[in-house]
Design a protein around this ligand. Structure first.
Ligand SMILES: [Zn+2]
Length: 58
């Protein structure tokens, strides 16, 4: 029986695979959620980081 789990958690430091330094502007998230709510409507939009173009790395 094969059971795959979707890995959604961020791995901060992979043990045997050095990751590129995270973007300092977005802390490696690749962007930020911005609140664009208006007129009583709750809205959130994903805004890609301009420094890393959404990659989360420099
Ligand atoms: Zn960034």
């Amino acid at each position: 029986m094969t059971k795959r789990q979707a890995v959604t958690n961020r791995i901060d430091q992979p043990p045997d695979q050095p990751s590129p330094p995270p973007c300092e502007a977005c802390s490696g998230d690749g962007g930020t959620v911005v609140d664009t709510s208006s007129d009583g409507v709750t809205r959130e939009s994903w805004k890609s980081c301009g420094s890393c173009h959404g990659t989360g790395t420099r």
